[in-house]
Ligand binder design. Structure first.
Ligand SMILES: C[C@H](O)[C@H](O)[C@@H](O)C(=O)CO
Ligand SMILES: [Mn+2]
Length: 430
């Protein structure tokens, strides 16, 4: 509901932006068209359902033990629904292979579309699309830190088979849901210490990926993406799938290049890569994350880098060829709040970018009037963006400002706390 207060503030703000030729009503319509892929793995600390006893490996880590993590697909969907109800717009869900919803005892090289039917049914009910990822970690076959580039052919083939099947699941999602599924391949392969041979594992990875992507799949249904990384826990000295590797791979094989904001040197930013890559590549998948000193996957803030990423996408009209996904996992706070904060921040950043007088700024830059460019950008930081955001939330029937937190608190009391009681009695009865 749009309260008179929200409406009045919006009307006043609208006038202020209109002075710079910015049409806020039109912007809100455009904003509604953008869908962001929310990652399922924030809901249960990247555990999944195929083999819940398996510890998280792959050089990534979740810290914290906030109560209430989802333990079943039903609980995860319930939590996701709660989160989506607090986020304006219609978005997507990004699933990992380990989140298969099936009674069958299957291994990763056996996954098939029917193991994900319940997710598809649910996505249809929600009116959202699905993205997908093969899970090349947290498995006995990745214990020594290698998967698709493993020196042992048998193990390599296991992962090739898994990734091939993941693409078929992606195709199924795309067919069923009427929008392409982005299937992103990320592998942890690398060495803790300086290797003697950096080339051979990369050759193996190149060959393995070519095998994975051998089958042509209609891009109407499935889009392949590949994700690079600089280092991980246990792969500090060398990662097979580095940025240069995947940039070359994506460009020569016509794949989406996935840029994870936490996968570069600490002072290197993804925002500065988008324009350059967009000139040559078919498209980009973003994993919006927040590294704190390392690839820590903190919940994203409305910080300078997030705003810069959004600016690049909006000002350079790159949204057409960019798929935005989030990638963080924080178990030290309420997991639903983590989703809501991250998603709302991503949308806020896009809105803020749309509300910039970009044409005016471009002209100033071209004229070399850097004084006015700086002055205007700084003044715009305190323009009444919040009033437009509040109105957008109200317009989309989601809570305005921090009102959403009350709903998360209620949910915590009524649903998440119960999970813990059940958990306790489950443990006591063992
Ligand atoms: C769980 C994800 O696949 C994972 O976070 C990956 O995308 C990554 O970023 C690893 O560091
Ligand atoms: Mn990532």
């Amino acid at each position: 509901m749009i309260t008179p207060q929200v409406q009045q503030a919006y009307d006043a703000a609208k006038e202020i932006y209109a002075k710079h030729g910015i049409d806020t009503d039109k912007i809100l319509e455009k904003l509604k068209e953008i869908n962001i892929s929310m990652h399922c793995w924030q809901g249960d600390d990247v555990r999944g359902f195929l083999n819940q006893e398996q510890e998280l490996t792959g050089g990534i880590s979740v810290t914290g033990n906030y109560p209430g993590a989802a333990r079943t697909p039903e609980e995860l969907r319930q939590d996701l629904e709660k989160a989506y109800s607090l986020i304006p717009g219609k978005h997507k869900l990004n699933l990992h292979a380990i989140y298969a919803d099936t009674e069958e005892k299957i291994d990763l090289d056996q996954i098939e579309p029917h193991h994900y039917t319940k997710w598809v049914e649910w996505a249809k009910e929600q009116g959202i699309g699905l993205d997908f990822n093969p899970t090349c970690f947290s498995h006995p076959n990745s214990e020594d830190g290698f998967t698709l580039s493993h020196p042992n052919k048998e193990i390599r083939n296991f992962w090739i088979e898994h990734c091939k099947r993941a693409r078929k699941v992606g195709e199924y999602f795309g067919k069923e849901l009427g929008q392409p599924c982005v299937t992103n391949v990320w592998i942890p392969d690398g060495y803790k210490d300086t290797p003697v041979d950096r080339l051979t594992p990369r050759k193996r990875l190149e060959e393995a990926l070519d095998e994975v992507f051998k089958e042509e799949i209609d891009q109407k249904y499935n889009l392949d993406a590949v994700e690079s990384k600089l280092f991980g826990i246990g792969s500090e000295s060398y990662v097979v799938g580095s940025h240069e590797f995947y940039m070359g791979y994506a460009l020569t094989r016509n794949k989406l290049l996935c840029l994870d904001a936490g996968h570069f040197h600490p002072t290197e930013v993804v925002s500065n890569k988008l324009s350059a890559i967009s000139l040559f590549n078919k498209g980009i998948l973003l994993h919006v994350s927040r590294p704190v000193r390392w690839d820590s996957d903190h919940v994203i803030l409305l910080d300078d880098e997030l705003q810069e990423i959004a600016r690049e996408l909006v000002v350079n009209d790159l949204l057409k060829k960019t798929y935005i996904g989030l990638d963080f996992f924080d178990a030290s706070i309420n997991r639903i709040a983590a989703w809501v904060i991250g998603m709302r921040n991503m949308i806020k950043a896009l809105l803020k970018a749309y509300l910039e007088p970009s044409e005016q700024l471009r002209e100033l830059e071209l004229k070399g009037d850097f004084t006015a460019r700086l002055a205007l950008r700084e003044e715009f930081k305190t323009y009444p963006f919040g009033a437009i955001w509040d109105y957008y939330c109200a317009l989309n029937g989601v809570p305005v400002r921090e009102e959403w937190l009350h709903e998360v608190r209620d949910y915590e009391q009524n649903i998440l706390k119960e999970r813990n009681k059940n958990q306790k009695s489950l443990i006591e009865n063992r």
